[in-house]
Design a protein around this ligand. Structure first.
Ligand SMILES: Nc1ncnc2c1ncn2[C@@H]1O[C@H](COP(=O)(O)OP(=O)(O)OP(=O)(O)O)[C@@H](O)[C@H]1O
Ligand SMILES: [Mg+2]
Length: 401
């Protein structure tokens, strides 16, 4: 019998064809553009730092750095007689200082064996709340400060990877995201095979791409067909991290803007949680729902034996405009409810952050001269305060002063 399709079915067919055709065309054009703007083998590099930046990252006064250099430590001046520091120079200075200090003061901040690995999940299901920007800048800041950092892109949209110079469609193949290490079937790989070095010595990354979505699709099936020994979805990221954790001090996870199995698994692997929130009515309302749902899901996970103990959780106010009355009201509301769980320092909205993002760079990567001095300095100051506060929380967990 001939199948006669209704007008509605014909429309659906058309839509499918249309979307498929659009997707193919867009993907081809984007790839061409990406290859032109940023060839696959082009490596991102990290710029050199000024003496004041170097001193800040090492944690000494600029005057002391000058004195060290006068004593012949550190790099020789460049030909134009300007003294700038590569990230490697900074690490060498740090090592020298640590040796000279004979353990009295620590310049090399790596954790000791009795100081547990810190796993910070950056989350909120509200899109655009600043998760990726926060993760990227925090991971870089900690690496510049001398910690060994692993950044994980858990978002299938792969914004963090892109910011770090990995083009998901070009340089991240199948089984090269965290999915490779947490998948349920025999295709599972070792974490050590998935971790990638970056252009910053102390910073490694696990990039993301669309295949991460498989975990959302496979988990319900795996739950139904579960064999006795298989670990449940919420333990998988933590177990995977167990394979490489010894090589790092801090892991920072950029979660996708949804409360799926990936986010829940990141939540269970975490030792600390950072919830980013833009202080506007709609965003805060959405966060309220996020908290409600997360609370409910954590109950389920806890009942199934999942870990729900955290060293700390904090709210970070992002893209804040202090001159905006309603935003200030929202921040006040959050502080009155959550008290000290809202980080003291908010991340200010800045064209420097947004513009850097447009060229796939962080604020630490762009040159200060590209911006009006005030704009750049204000943004970096806010960023350093936020990141410094988080570093303080990490040190607190380790019992350091
Ligand atoms: N402090 C800031 N000042 C100005 N722009 C910012 C700031 N922080 C983030 N942005 C911009 O806001 C946009 C959203 O930020 P981001 O991608 O970090 O959010 P997200 O929560 O990761 O989004 P998604 O939910 O889609 O993953 C980006 O274009 C970013 O450049
Ligand atoms: Mg993001």
């Amino acid at each position: 019998m001939p199948i006669v399709s209704t007008p509605q079915e014909r429309l659906l067919g058309d839509l499918r064809a249309l979307i498929n055709a659009d997707a193919a065309e867009l993907s081809t054009r984007l790839r061409a553009q990406q290859i032109r703007d940023f060839p696959p083998m082009a490596q991102k590099t990290i710029r050199r730092f000024s003496p004041s930046e170097a001193a800040k990252f090492i944690g000494i006064h600029e005057g002391y750095l000058r004195q060290l250099v006068a004593e012949g430590k550190g790099p020789a001046p460049q030909s134009n007689n300007r003294r700038t520091y590569s990230i490697e120079d900074i690490e060498i200075l740090r090592l020298d200082l640590d040796r000279d200090g004979k353990g009295v003061r620590r310049y090399l901040p790596r954790r000791r064996s009795d100081e547990p690995l810190q796993i910070i999940s950056v989350m909120n299901f509200k899109g655009g709340s600043g998760k990726t920007t926060t993760t990227a800048h925090l991971a870089q800041f900690l690496a510049f400060r001398g910690y060994r950092v692993l950044a994980i892109d858990l978002d299938p949209q792969a914004s963090l990877s892109t910011l770090f110079g990995h083009q998901p469609e070009l340089d991240v193949g199948d089984n090269e995201t965290l999915y490779g290490a947490i998948r349920y079937d025999s295709g599972r790989r070792d974490m050590a095979e998935i971790v990638r070095a970056t252009y910053i010595p102390n910073l490694h990354i696990i990039p993301g791409q669309l295949e991460l979505m498989e975990f959302e699709h496979e988990t319900p099936k795996a739950l139904m067909e579960r064999q006795g020994q298989d670990s449940l979805f919420f333990s998988r990221i933590g177990e995977a991290l167990g394979q490489v954790g010894h090589a790092y001090d801090v892991v920072v996870i950029d979660c996708p803007p949804q409360l799926g199995f990936l986010t829940l698994s990141a939540l269970c692997a975490a030792t600390a949680v950072l919830i980013t929130v833009h202080p506007q009515m709609l965003d805060v309302m959405s966060m309220s729902q996020f908290l409600n749902m997360t609370g409910g899901l954590l109950d389920v996970v806890a009942n199934a034996g999942g870990a729900t103990q955290y060293d700390w959780m904090r709210y970070l106010v992002t893209r804040y405009e202090p001159s905006d009355g309603p935003q200030t009201t929202m921040v006040g509301l959050m502080r009155s409810i959550f008290g000290p769980r809202v980080l003291t320092h908010p991340m200010l909205k800045s064209t420097a952050v947004a513009d850097a993002g447009l060229t796939k760079q962080t604020l630490y990567e762009v040159e200060r001269q590209q911006f009006t001095r005030g704009t750049y300095d204000r943004a970096v100051e806010a960023l350093d305060l936020v990141n410094g506060e988080i570093e303080g929380l990490i040190k607190q967990v380790w019992g350091r002063a």
